[in-house]
Design a protein around this ligand. Structure first.
Ligand SMILES: [Zn+2]
Length: 244
């Protein structure tokens, strides 16, 4: 059942969603970006920021992301995967310890583990929320910017978790960078709503935990999409591939 709150939100802050269709089997000018689809955020019981019980939105995000990743890899199209990754003892406020190096939390979920061996996949371990910032090297270069330029991408399709946190921050930074000409020839930043998810912390649960704010899943997922669209991202609700 859809709650009155989400119904009101969808009415007052509608997100316009299109379909994205890839046609043909030749080269593509769209890259796939996977944000933090790791055990620490997706696998039940895997850590402080993992779901505590099976979560439909997260399961759907993982399944759809894996479907897209498989097609992109079969066609040797460019894929970029962020992995949240923190050194022991280095906190990331306001979050509790998570995705600590050497643990299963900072490994891709079982459905995506195979990506590690694929030649068309660039994997970036990041120790901050925003993957754009997390792609910066000490010498000032940026691994993500280089990936866009090397592959001459005109669009990128963004999926992952959390819709309103790591996905949103990365999308906003990419849009700012695009607007400054840093990502040329990139034009479109596309968020796939069915392949994004966020965590669930209902108000009544959050109120019982010190210094914690509520984070109801459906509302925050919607807000994340709305904010991304407001900054200039395109949002799509389905992605399909036509056979040539
Ligand atoms: Zn983190």
């Amino acid at each position: 059942m859809v709650s009155p709150a989400i119904e009101l939100l969808r009415k007052e802050l509608p997100v316009k969603q299109d379909s994205l269709i890839f046609s043909g089997d030749g080269s593509v000018d769209t890259g796939l970006v996977l944000v933090d689809i790791v055990n620490g955020f997706c696998t039940v019981g895997a850590g402080n920021l993992a779901p505590t019980k099976p979560d439909t939105q997260i399961e759907q995000m993982v399944a759809e992301s894996a479907r897209l990743a498989r097609v992109f890899c079969d066609k040797k199209w460019p894929v970029f995967a962020f992995i949240d990754y923190h050194r022991p003892g280095v906190p990331e406020p306001p979050y509790p310890p998570h995705c600590i190096a050497g643990t299963d939390e900072c490994k891709l979920v079982p459905e995506l583990e195979w990506l590690e061996g694929e030649q068309n996949v660039t994997i970036r371990r990041k120790d901050c929320i925003d993957g754009f910032i997390g792609s910066m090297e000490k010498d000032g270069s940026n691994v993500f910017v280089n990936w866009v330029k090397t592959n001459k991408l005109r669009a990128m399709l963004v999926v992952g978790i959390c819709t309103d946190i790591c996905v949103l921050d990365f999308v906003c930074s990419a849009l700012s960078a695009r607007n400054r000409g840093v990502l040329a020839p990139l034009q479109d930043v596309i968020v796939y709503s069915q392949a994004c998810a966020t965590f669930d912390l209902p108000l009544d649960v959050a109120e019982a935990i010190k210094d914690t704010i509520a984070h109801p899943q459906d509302l925050m997922h919607h807000v994340g999409l709305y904010m991304a669209q407001g900054r200039g991202a395109k949002v799509v609700s389905n992605v399909s591939f036509t056979t040539p």
